[in-house]
Ligand binder design. Sequence first.
Ligand SMILES: Cc1cc2nc3c(=O)[nH]c(=O)nc-3n(C[C@H](O)[C@H](O)[C@H](O)COP(=O)(O)OP(=O)(O)OC[C@H]3O[C@@H](n4cnc5c(N)ncnc54)[C@H](O)[C@@H]3O)c2cc1C
Length: 476
Amino acid sequence: MGLMSPEQYKDSLNDGRVLYYKGEKIEDVAQHSELSVCVESMAVDYHMAHDPKYKDLALVYDEKLGEDISRYFHVPRDGEDLVKMLDLIIEATRLGDGYIPLAHDIGADALNAISITAATMGNQDYIDRIENYRTFLKKEDLAVVAAVTCAKGDRLLRPSDAGQDNPDTYVRVVEKNEKGIIVRGAKAHISGAAYANEFFVIPCRAMTEADADYAVAFAIQANAKGIKQVARPVKTKIGPLEFPIERPVRVITDSLIIFDDVFVPWDRVFLCGEWQHAAMMVYNFAVMHRRTGSAYRIPLTEQFVGAAQAIAEYNGVDKVPHVREKMTDLVIYLETLKALARAACLDPVVHGGITVPNPVTTNIAKYHFAHNYHDVVKIIQDLAGGLLVTAPTYKDYQHPDLKEDIEKYLVGKAGIPTEHRLRMFDLIRRITRSELEAIVLHGEGSMQAERMTIYAEARKVIKECKKIAEDLAEIK
Ligand SMILES: Cc1cc2nc3c(=O)[nH]c(=O)nc-3n(C[C@H](O)[C@H](O)[C@H](O)COP(=O)(O)OP(=O)(O)OC[C@H]3O[C@@H](n4cnc5c(N)ncnc54)[C@H](O)[C@@H]3O)c2cc1C
């Protein structure tokens, strides 16, 4: 079929999938009044692929197929490939106004993690299956997301522990036959799943021998029998109290996906019982996905810096020493994130024949963003002042009795229209809303997960540094 057009992508979603949203069963997600807005956000990837401006970034010529394919399905061979992918995700996120298109990037991280695991295991069946599936994705250009995080039940118990109230909070194999496997369980928070064509399902943690049934990875169509999704509610419109904007609202839902005895044919199964390899799969996914996550946050951070400077100027305080200091902190935050994300790509490691961003630097990049996020929001809220929460609304501003007074009394620096100030408050409220905090803290894994990886990966560096110190102290 080749590259999908945005229209083909939208049509492909009318496939009989079982999807619930705000307590309603949805017939055609691309036609739904609110979810169609999310579908449009997801379609950014497909628009980019067809825009000559992004050809070099979004597409790669595949020698074997003799055609252009989405860069996301290309196997990264070196640091330059990783940088191009980073730049592609940053650009796509910018076009999505800081929201993430997601049609391919998370899926690509899972695809590469599966390829690495198959190659490291040396399992020829799995190597062939994932290679065939990669070719299928290249040819069909499907929207594919990654279902990694299981519902998990009691976090301190293993999937198979008798103490878990429900043995199905982690996805597991309940039956195998000559045609394939039957799986049951639930994955939570799966971004973009409501309007993806396919899901990669991979384990979310290391497994023990007792958890072998939970060591399962596969690819499945969103409309497969037995799959039910519940998408979280999102705000797809600027509210009537905010100043209207012409640009489309960009937003994506995340789904709880229930697998109720779903059949998966063998050619789509990439791990089944090999519990020793579950950790490797999720580890490699996390490393690549934290590079992806760092790329998502760069456009959002640019918005933070821009909004902080704009409101400081509108308030007339941009030249004050403490404001300049705060702006400097914001720039350090942004530039550190950019530098770490790029450095991780330019100092890669090779796992199972695939080039992977440097694990320590990637985790530090994602951790840097999440760890300092609240301080950054605090700066923006401080610079904005109290009107951020108390300013009259757009409706008040429109009232003939009030407009003149609001313009007169809520004016900031001379020459800046009051409306600009009020519009900037609206934007700051949107980009610092509390809902974003969960995404920042938990998306791509919790901060503790990042710290654990940094420490585990940095042990070699720590040992080398200890040797330097001992040499200096002449300790033999
Ligand atoms: C907006 C959003 C989008 C997401 N998109 C996706 C997606 O597309 N695909 C996907 O697979 N996942 C996705 N996730 C899931 C994300 O990766 C998880 O939220 C993250 O891994 C944390 O898991 P959790 O939410 O279950 O929190 P929990 O695991 O419940 O963590 C809560 C706290 O408990 C701690 N904790 C948990 N277990 C232990 C333990 N055993 N020992 C000690 N402390 C522990 C954590 O460190 C954390 O502090 C998304 C999450 C969000 C918020």
